[in-house]
Design a protein around this ligand. Structure first.
Ligand code: SF4
Length: 156
């Protein structure tokens, strides 16, 4: 059993979390490695806004509730521009809070991959994108702009 806390970009503070939770349940994206292991999400919250207003409190709180790993959600990289504070958040959580950090949750949807490639704003993010852009099937599966997306959610 692994217990995780998920922090999202505050620009998505009203996000329902469906893609992140789907990726936990279906073991996609950064959660593929837990294929044969139960995963419990102990906390879910937004960073509080640039440069990370809740950074000092949220990860420590999630640790109190048992989190063993903090996930910075895929929206950190999906937004335009990607979060400029990823490295700072990762460093603070790992060094001060004392929990490992994984960047990314669900596979990056194909529509975001296409747009960022055109915009050219993922330069320097390659290391962070590894876990969530190496699966073309996942990219297609999580692209909610495709016409058959809603229908695909019904097929299991
Ligand atoms: S860009 Fe980064 S610091 Fe700003 S709200 Fe999003 S995750 Fe937080």
């Amino acid at each position: 059993m692994v217990k995780v806390g998920i922090m999202i970009c505050d620009r998505n503070r009203k996000c329902t979390g469906n893609k992140c939770f789907r990726s936990v349940i279906e073991r996609d994206g950064a959660f593929r490695k837990y294929k044969d292991e139960p995963v419990e999400v102990v906390g879910w919250m937004a960073c509080g806004g640039c440069p990370g207003e809740r950074l000092e409190f949220a990860p420590a709180d999630m640790k109190k509730y048992g989190a063993e790993v903090i996930y910075l959600a895929s929206c950190y990289l999906a937004g335009y521009p990607p979060c400029p504070y990823i490295k700072d958040h990762k460093t603070y959580i790992e060094n001060y809070v004392g929990l490992p950090v994984v960047i990314g949750t669900h596979p990056m949807p194909q529509n975001y991959i296409d747009t960022h490639e055109k915009a050219g704003d993922w330069e320097g993010c390659e290391e962070y994108l590894k876990e969530i852009t190496n699966d073309p099937e996942g990219a297609h599966k999580y692209d909610s702009t495709r016409p058959d997306y809603t229908e695909s959610l019904k097929k299991k």
